[in-house]
Ligand binder design. Structure first.
Ligand code: SAM
Length: 248
């Protein structure tokens, strides 16, 4: 089967995103003429002018985090995984995501929500533009982007969302509005890097009558395997806290 862009070229831990099969890609192991990709298949190799080979792979969701352009700091896959698992996301959901940032969370949610839709709201035009580019790269068609402040945008929404995810400032203030537009049995998941803000979100959820509220952090430990032994190499453990509540 003929391949089409985007693809990733992988060698060991190195990987390069190729968005067009034209021009040259300069790697630290030599130059790749990208026109050559037109005659290749997935799984084939392509060589630099120094003879170093890279394997050609399709661009998959696991590549989003490495290759999406970044504006605002994106949420990490470990935290996205927890949000998906603990809210029991089903693939025909209507999801509200605020703020969009780089679009990382929105993209993963859209990918696992194949028959549903993600409405993502971002107040900064420049970040929304970066996210739009990322959604195009990932060929995700079930994301609807709105540029604006979610506090005002949400006034136009009805009670219809299966899931609301918040990764933005003033998240606690938005909890009452979120409750109003969340379906019965719908979930809210809030991501925040700070203890104080997370506590405010938790308390706001209690006040609004959310049930089964859980607040936690997911820690990832990367391992380094060496001849002398194996040890953790993660330098920064903390990313953010997640608070999840159910509209019962
Ligand atoms: C940390 S980033 C979100 C990252 C995003 N979850 C991702 O995975 O790429 C926070 C974003 O929220 C946006 N934001 C903050 N307050 C907002 C509001 N009231 N309405 C819409 N967007 C808002 C910021 O401009 C910023 O882009």
């Amino acid at each position: 089967m003929a391949i089409e862009p985007p693809v990733v070229l992988i060698r060991g831990k190195d990987s390069f995103l190729v968005e067009r099969f034209e021009g040259e890609l300069h790697t630290h192991k030599g130059i790749i003429r990208l026109e050559e990709l037109r005659d290749k298949n997935y799984g084939d190799e392509i060589a630099t002018h120094l003879g170093v080979k890279y394997r050609i792979m399709p661009f998959k969701p696991a590549d989003f985090f490495k290759h999406f352009k970044r504006g605002a700091t994106p949420i990490m896959p470990k935290d996205i995984g927890a949000i998906i698992a603990y809210t029991g996301l089903s693939p025909d959901s209507l999801i509200l995501d605020a703020g969009t940032g780089s679009g990382m969370l929105a993209a993963y949610l859209a990918y696992f929500n194949k028959y549903g839709e993600v409405i993502t709201v971002e107040k900064r035009k420049d970040f929304a533009k970066i996210a739009r580019r990322n959604f195009r790269l990932a060929k995700l068609k079930n994301i609807h982007q709105i540029v604006g402040d979610v506090k005002f945008v949400a006034e136009g929404f009805k009670r219809e969302f299966d899931l609301i995810v918040l990764d933005m400032k003033d998240d606690a203030e938005f909890i009452p509005a979120a409750k109003r537009i969340l379906k019965t049995s719908g979930y809210i998941a809030v991501y925040n890097p700070y203890f104080e803000a997370t506590k405010r979100v938790y308390e706001a959820m209690v006040r609004e009558g959310f049930k089964e509220i859980e607040s936690f952090e997911i820690l990832r430990t990367d391992l380094e395997f060496k001849r002398v032994g194996t040890r953790p190499v993660t330098r920064v453990w903390h990313t953010g806290f997640i608070v999840i509540g159910r509209n019962v």
